[in-house]
Design a protein. Structure first.
Length: 755
């Protein structure tokens, strides 16, 4: 018996130390408290073994002290463990301070025992298997027992309460500890009451330590897992789940599954029939597969994903299968809606530009089979429609155009809204009738409520070549074709052709050469004299010329519009202004009192600070501002009128003379003249020459001159080609003249010779 308990105690001590070390490295806090508990059990177990196995009174005494005091430590560790173990239950336990005090007092009084003998004494007893030292308890030992049982009982009570209070799936967690402790407590009670000379109560606690180690760190209650899983699965809101036995008989369905298959509780037999009715025969396959499918219900098209999996046991024998059915209708509808919104224009319902390009790319292999056209649909002055009739009418107009685009389109066509007021079509040439379209466009009227408006729509067309693959380039070309019918009201359709291509190449060429041409002064001003009433030259207009190494003499018509489009015009103008200032500064030195007018493009205002630029030139060359005259066309005034008026005003305030170029070519009414801060009106004969009725033209000029006189603005006529014109205009009161009659624009040296 003695040997048995010794071996058992030794094994327990070793197990406790080992489990303590393992628990110490457990990644959660509970591991630490289990480790402390198991290490603390070493002292009472070892103490108990010592008293059990010794003949020496001293060793037995030391053993008893290890046992009693060690047990106080065990209780401390047990409380710590209990607090940690119950932490996540939401209750949270803290060890009360007085418990520490009680254990402290008890330990102290035990330690005083060797001097006072109030706690216990020992008597030697002879037993059949040897000599033992039996402990005889006194008042101190009674106190020790009350403290220890009290604390132990309290901890046990905590676990009893937890066991009954927790939801049933968690009960097991607490009841295991409760039972373990109860067993250890009972065993101790038995040992004490058995009146045996040796106390083996610690063995029970040793076992308890091992059990606690296992249950608190490694045991996963299967029941709990099962319950949790089945709860999750049963209530899955979007997933129907069916379990089948190896014979394919349905043995369980979660609540959504039961709903779908209209399964009555307990009647799973009919499940498969229902599923087959909804999803087809393939559902009978209980292997491993997954699939997507749609089902037309009474009200809507439903989307499902199906997934079947088999289970096997460890010997690879089939134990059953499960079928998951997910209703993904809502997600599918969201996805579809998202795709639709990303690919369709909100207002017209047509494809967006990106999607149109993509869908044209997708049919590009059929470019070999038939001749396709890319049509760029452009509404002229659509901004006016919005401004005049409001956005609602504008939107309606766009919808009407979209309907027109949509009409008569076959499956071979692709069409969409490019951006704003432009639309794109890709159509086989055989399906496109230019004549019919011309007819429709010649009278394209939008009617809404009491408003009617005739839209001017132009179509630019590019014939697709089989090898074309960049859709945006095709549309660029179709767009470029429009430039040939820019302001046309009679023709509505234009094709991209060789000339347009050459024009593009030309534009690219001269744009790339401009920098060099300015540096080498291949671009330079020619001067055209301006004469007064007596025929004396009083000034000149600087007109840009490009003496090109390859193309020879180039008039501004060949390059100014190109640079106005791409913004390089500011470079040209800054250069011409500077050249003009150079000439003026030379003339000043030679005491020649002439002025030079320079042209300012409306586009300059977008790219540079025109007024600052010109002011700084005048300053640099130290010339009086009034001899550098500023020519601005009417069109400058058309946009952002107020802002531009301010600019003219600023020029005049700085001492410049401002001339309104090409008056009569634009839209400005005579009425506007009175508000325009200009000093000189340049009336171009060219624009009047268009009028067949000579008398009428003369009347107009006469009136313009008279009106300008009244407003204090002097008149300059340009394009004067004959003596007769010069004389008539003189009589009308015109003060300055410019035109071939006096001289063509000349190189600076020749102009100076002419002087
Ligand atoms: P503009 O400023 O109205 O210049 C007058 C145009 O009329 C010049 O054409 C001139 O050569 C032409 N002209 C002058 N007298 C007669 C005539 O008696 N009969 C006819 N038929 N034409 C005459 P050019 O030099 O070809 O310039 C055309 C336009 O190019 C200019 O019109 C001006 O708007 C623009 N331009 C010329 N140089 C520059 C420049 O340096 N910068 C800017 N921004 N535009 C310029
Ligand atoms: Mg001019
Ligand atoms: Mg002019």
């Amino acid at each position: 018996m003695k040997l048995f308990f010794s071996v058992l105690s030794t094994v327990l001590i070793l197990l406790l130390l080992a489990s303590g070390i393992i628990a110490r490295y457990y990644p959660k806090a509970i591991g630490r408290s289990v480790a402390i508990l198991n290490f603390s059990l070493f002292l009472p177990l070892a103490g108990s073994m010592m008293t059990d196995n010794t003949h020496e009174k001293f060793t037995a005494t030391v053993g008893y002290y290890m046992y009693f005091i060690g047990f106080n430590l065990v209780l401390l560790a047990l409380m710590r463990f209990a607090a940690e173990y119950c932490k996540n239950s939401g209750t949270g336990h803290k060890i009360p301070k007085f418990v520490y005090a009680l254990l402290g007092v008890d330990t102290a009084q035990l330690l005083l025992n060797p001097f006072t003998g109030h706690a216990f004494s020992m008597e030697k007893v002879s037993m059949p298997d040897g000599i033992f030292y039996r402990m005889i308890p006194h008042a101190g030992q009674i106190f020790h027992r009350i403290v220890d049982y009290g604390i132990f009982g309290a901890v046990l009570l905590i676990f009893i309460v937890m066991t009954f209070r927790m939801p049933s799936i968690y009960k097991e967690r607490y009841s295991v500890i409760m039972c373990t402790m109860s067993f250890a407590g009972l065993w101790q009670a038995f040992c004490i009451s058995s009146n045996s000379p040796v106390d083996h109560a610690t063995i029970g606690f040793g076992f308890a330590g091992i059990i606690i180690f296992y249950f608190s760190l490694y045991y996963r209650p299967l029941k709990l897992l099962d319950r949790l899983l089945s709860d999750i699965v049963s209530e899955m809101p979007e997933e129907a789940l069916f379990l089948f036995d190896p014979n394919g008989r349905c043995i369980w369905a979660n609540s959504l599954g039961s709903q779908i298959a209209e399964v009555q509780k307990g009647n799973l037999e009919a499940t498969e029939n229902f599923l087959v009715k909804i999803f087809g025969e393939s559902i009978k396959n209980h292997g491993d597969w997954s699939d997507k499918t749609t089902v037309q219900s009474e009200t809507e098209l439903k989307y499902y994903t199906l997934e079947s999996h088999t289970f096997t046991d460890e010997k690879d024998c089939l134990t059953g299968s499960y079928l998951r059915i997910r209703d993904v209708t809502r997600e599918q509808q969201e996805v579809k809606k998202g795709i639709y919104e990303a690919t369709h224009d909100r207002l017209t319902g047509l494809y967006t530009r990106e999607y149109l390009y993509q869908s044209i790319s997708e049919i590009s292999q059929s470019f070999h089979e038939r001749q396709y056209l890319i049509v760029f649909v452009d509404i002229k002055n659509f901004k006016i429609v919005n401004d005049v009739f409001g956005n609602e009418f504008g939107d309606y107009a766009l919808q009407c155009i979209a309907d027109w685009v949509r009409r008569d389109m076959s499956e071979y066509c692709r069409y969409g809204r490019l951006v704003g007021d432009t639309f794109g079509i890709c159509v086989p040439e055989s399906e496109f009738s230019p004549k019919e379209r011309e007819k429709e466009l010649s009278n394209f009227i939008i009617r809404k409520d009491n408003t009617t408006y005739q839209l001017l729509i132009h179509l630019g067309i590019y014939r697709v070549a089989p090898e074309d693959n960049d859709v945006s380039v095709m549309f660029d070309r179709a767009h470029l074709a429009l430039s040939t019918i820019q302001d046309e009201y009679k023709t509505h359709i234009a094709y991209y052709n060789k000339e347009i291509r050459e024009k593009i190449l030309w534009n690219q060429n001269i744009s790339s050469q401009l920098g060099e041409a300015i540096r080498t002064r291949a671009v330079r001003p020619y001067l055209q004299p301006i004469a007064d009433r007596d025929g004396h030259i009083v000034g000149a207009e600087a007109l840009a010329r490009w003496i090109h190494p390859e193309h020879g003499f180039m008039s501004p018509a060949l390059f100014i519009p190109v640079f106005e489009k791409n913004g390089m015009i500011a470079e040209v103008d800054k250069h011409i202004w500077r050249c003009a200032c150079e000439v003026l500064s030379e003339w000043q030195k030679e005491n020649r009192n002439l002025f030079i007018s320079v042209n300012i493009s409306p586009k300059d205002f977008y790219f540079i600070d025109v007024i600052a630029e010109i002011k700084s030139l005048v300053k640099e060359f130290q010339i009086p501002p009034e001899i550098l005259r500023i020519e601005i066309t009417e069109t400058v005034m058309m946009t952002e009128a107020e802002n531009r008026m301010q600019i003219l005003e600023d020029f005049r305030r700085a001492g410049f003379i401002v001339e309104m170029d090409d008056f009569g070519s634009g839209y400005s009414s005579l009425n506007m003249l009175k508000d325009m801060p200009v000093d000189v009106l340049k009336i171009d004969m060219k624009f009047l020459g268009k009028t067949d009725d000579k008398d009428r033209a003369e009347t107009i000029v006469k009136n313009i001159i008279r009106l300008s006189e009244e407003l204090g603005i002097s008149a300059l006529t340009e394009g004067v080609e004959t003596k007769e014109q010069y004389q008539t205009l003189s009589q009308m009161g015109c003060s300055l003249f410019q035109g071939y009659y006096f001289a063509k624009p000349l190189p600076v040296e020749e102009f100076e010779k002419l002087l």
